[in-house]
Design a binder for this molecule. Structure first.
Ligand code: HXC
Length: 257
């Protein structure tokens, strides 16, 4: 399957979206963002897909929103068409999402990676918010994601200066999960995706909801949500299978039911 700005493929229950605008370092124009969001939602609704991987190419995951397209905006076109609102749909994806980042992940490209649950980065990947140098600021959640990951002081320093951080720095601040050699990024992302694809899908989504809520809820409310999700897991056949397999000393087979 090929759309204008992305390639889509499926391997072993893993839905893969490759950003495909290489000449512009995968700069994200509106159509491309629409295609990514729609494909993520399609994978999320597809029972044969268990994990979603988002990747770019060797040079860039994505070097940001398309500056040429953005230059044409006015306050009114932005307010009326609200072009960044579509990004909120990425926060509603229930399946595990992994970003495999080679090269540049800047501005909107960094935000796209930060919308994923896990990030695997190449040793020479570069993450940053250069928007300040364009006289603007991150617009698709960058200030929020980075502050939650590294705290206010460090987030302000990075976003104010607009400098790129190395993959190692990003790992130190808890922004990326793993750093590997550039040629191993996709392999590592797929290895992780395949492992997750074997876990009980309903557990994974209840865990995802509980962990994300931990960032926003007071602990008492977060614990209550976790408890309800625990009880809900007992509605699944996978819970019966998981516990039965333990008793029978065999590996479980989870169906997501
Ligand atoms: C449009 C872009 C682009 C972008 C690169 N290109 N980034 N086009 N929008 N964000 C294009 C270049 O114009 C060039 O096209 C081609 O890609 C190759 O880029 P070069 O600059 O020649 O490559 P290089 O010298 O290696 O420099 C790489 C780079 C630089 C450091 C990543 O391209 C760069 O600084 N890009 C802009 C990064 C940025 O400011 N991102 C934030 C955007 S604002 P031609 O036709 O000349 O070959 C943003 C706001 C998000 O993201 C808001 C929420 C969605």
């Amino acid at each position: 399957m090929s759309k204008t700005f992305i390639h889509v493929l499926v391997e072993n229950e893993v839905g893969i979206i490759q950003l495909n605008r290489p000449k512009a370092l995968n700069a994200l124009n509106r159509k491309m963002v629409d295609e990514i969001v729609e494909q993520m939602e399609a994978f999320d609704a597809d029972n044969s897909i268990r994990v979603i991987v988002l990747k770019g190419n060797e040079r860039a995951f994505a070097a940001g929103a398309d500056i040429e397209e953005m230059m044409e905006e006015t306050p009114l076109t932005l307010e009326v068409l609200d072009p960044f609102a579509v990004w909120d749909r990425l926060s509603l994806i229930k399946k595990p999402t992994i970003a495999a980042v080679n090269g540049f992940a800047l501005g909107g490209g960094f935000e796209l990676a930060l919308h994923c649950d896990l990030i695997i980065a190449a040793r020479d990947a570069k993450f940053g918010f250069p928007e300040v140098k364009l006289g603007v600021l991150p617009g698709a959640g960058g200030t929020q994601f980075l502050t939650k990951a590294m705290g206010r002081r460090k987030a302000l320093e990075w976003i104010w200066l607009g400098e790129s951080m190395t993959a190692q720095e990003a790992e130190k601040y808890g922004v990326v999960n793993r750093v590997v050699e550039a040629e191993l990024v996709e392999e590592e992302a797929m290895r992780l995706a395949t492992r997750l694809a074997k876990q009980a899908p309903i557990s994974l989504r209840l865990i995802k909801e509980s962990v994300y809520k931990a960032e926003d809820l007071p602990i008492v409310d977060g614990k209550m949500l976790e408890r309800k999700n625990f009880y809900l897991a007992f509605a699944s056949e996978d819970q019966t299978e998981g516990m039965r397999a333990f008793k029978e000393k065999r590996p479980p087979t989870f169906k997501g039911e």
